[in-house]
Design a protein around this ligand. Structure first.
Ligand SMILES: C[S@@+](CC[C@H](N)C(=O)[O-])C[C@H]1O[C@@H](n2cnc3c(N)ncnc32)[C@H](O)[C@@H]1O
Length: 230
């Protein structure tokens, strides 16, 4: 899998397909979380979320990991152009999350925006376990992703969109996933509980904040709390 070929077009494609909805979704929970000391962004892409994280949380140190050199180059350029004074707080890591070994100390913020949906279930299980191990006992996990609304026209529309998108990303980036897998049970299994959810584009997009508590998975709440339709 490689996003190198579509990295230069990713921003334009996003704008054509979703306008500003994906970016609103990425940053929706950012102002609501506890200020992170040490953050890990997995599959950041072209740096739009990264710049907002650096702006909203001015003391956060950020590790930004992506398997695509093209995406990392764009992210670095965006930080250097828009917020050069914040660039020293970022470490760019060109690696594959499935084989990467997290360093210590651990992260109190994990971010996986529109990336977990690239993987099939065995890889998703491996990645969530690795990230949970790399996270502190009271870590926050921000997750933005597509989802399938419960019923009606919105559900049918989301299914069509997802079929088109999976076809597109399988053809252009070689992703192996063929359909959306709900990551919620994986996060819950590692002691994270959903604290906030915002929805966008008729509930086809969700932005979630998960928090780990010291009780572990036994202390988890159900995955679906209130949502704030936009
Ligand atoms: C669909 S894009 C999402 C980009 C961005 N996070 C966003 O919100 O739009 C998936 C990103 O994850 C990266 N990625 C895919 N597989 C990866 C892997 N195994 N390890 C690290 N990054 C990966 C891709 O290079 C790409 O930048």
């Amino acid at each position: 899998m490689s996003f190198d070929a579509i990295a230069p077009w990713y921003r334009s494609l996003e704008r054509i397909a979703f306008g500003d909805q994906l970016q609103r979704c990425r940053v929706a929970c950012l102002g609501e979380i506890r200020a992170p000391r040490r953050a890990l962004i997995v599959g950041e892409g072209n740096g739009r979320f990264l710049c907002e994280l650096l702006r909203v949380h001015p003391t956060a140190e950020v590790d930004c990991l992506d398997a695509s050199e093209g995406m990392l180059r764009l992210a670095r350029k965006r930080v250097e152009q828009t917020s050069p004074d914040r660039a020293a707080r970022v470490r760019f890591i060109h690696d594959d999350i499935t084989s990467w070994t997290p360093p210590s100390p651990r992260y109190d913020l994990i971010v996986t925006h529109f990336v977990l949906d690239c993987f099939r279930e065995p890889e998703l299980a491996l990645i969530t376990k690795k990230l949970a191990t790399a996270a502190t006992e009271d870590a926050t996990w921000l997750l933005a992703d597509f989802c399938i609304p419960v019923g009606g026209f919105a559900r049918a529309r989301a299914r069509v969109w997802l079929t088109l998108m999976y076809g597109f990303f399988r053809a252009t980036a070689g992703i192996e996933a063929t359909g959306l897998i709900d990551p919620a049970p994986f996060l819950q299994a590692h002691g994270f509980a959903l604290t906030t959810q915002h929805q966008f584009k008729g509930a086809m997009l969700k932005s979630e904040s998960w928090r780990r508590n010291s009780l572990g998975s036994a202390g988890c709440q159900p995955a679906h709390l209130g949502s704030l339709p936009r």
